[in-house]
Ligand binder design. Structure first.
Ligand code: ZN
Length: 130
């Protein structure tokens, strides 16, 4: 399925499901995740950070670019941004991964700021294309 990249379609995709809204504290994934959590890898020093286990339970929701995407909690539909960037540091580089909780309105604003053309449904996730 393919949709035009309009705010109406974005709103429809982001709309929380009909399930009764679950409080954050009642979600066994989200209640164990902080507001934002990061992981830093230093490949040149063979040092690798790790995320709490709950991060791996979040599902890919909207894939924007390979450097960032939006994840969704499969239990309560809470959204998270998943960003990646690479910094040059003395003696090599470090890869920084950052997961941050965002509400649906923030997600909509962020997505509206992207000059994309289409939204493609790929299984359970959405791909943004230009
Ligand atoms: Zn949750």
């Amino acid at each position: 399925m393919e949709y035009l990249y309009t705010s109406e379609n974005l709103k429809r995709i982001l709309k929380p499901s009909e399930n009764p809204k679950l409080e954050l504290s009642g979600c066994r994934i989200c209640s164990n995740l902080p507001e934002s959590v990061s992981k830093v890898n230093h490949p040149s020093r063979s040092e690798f950070g790790s995320f709490p286990d709950e991060v791996t339970k979040l599902e890919e929701f909207i894939l924007i670019k390979y450097s960032w995407q939006i994840l969704k909690c499969p239990i309560c539909n809470m959204l998270y941004t998943d960003e990646y960037h690479c910094d040059s540091v003395a003696g090599g580089s470090e890869d920084v991964y950052l997961i941050s909780r965002i509400d649906h309105d923030d997600a909509l604003e962020m997505l509206k700021g992207i000059k994309a053309k289409k939204l493609l449904k790929d299984g359970a996730r959405w791909l943004v294309t230009w």
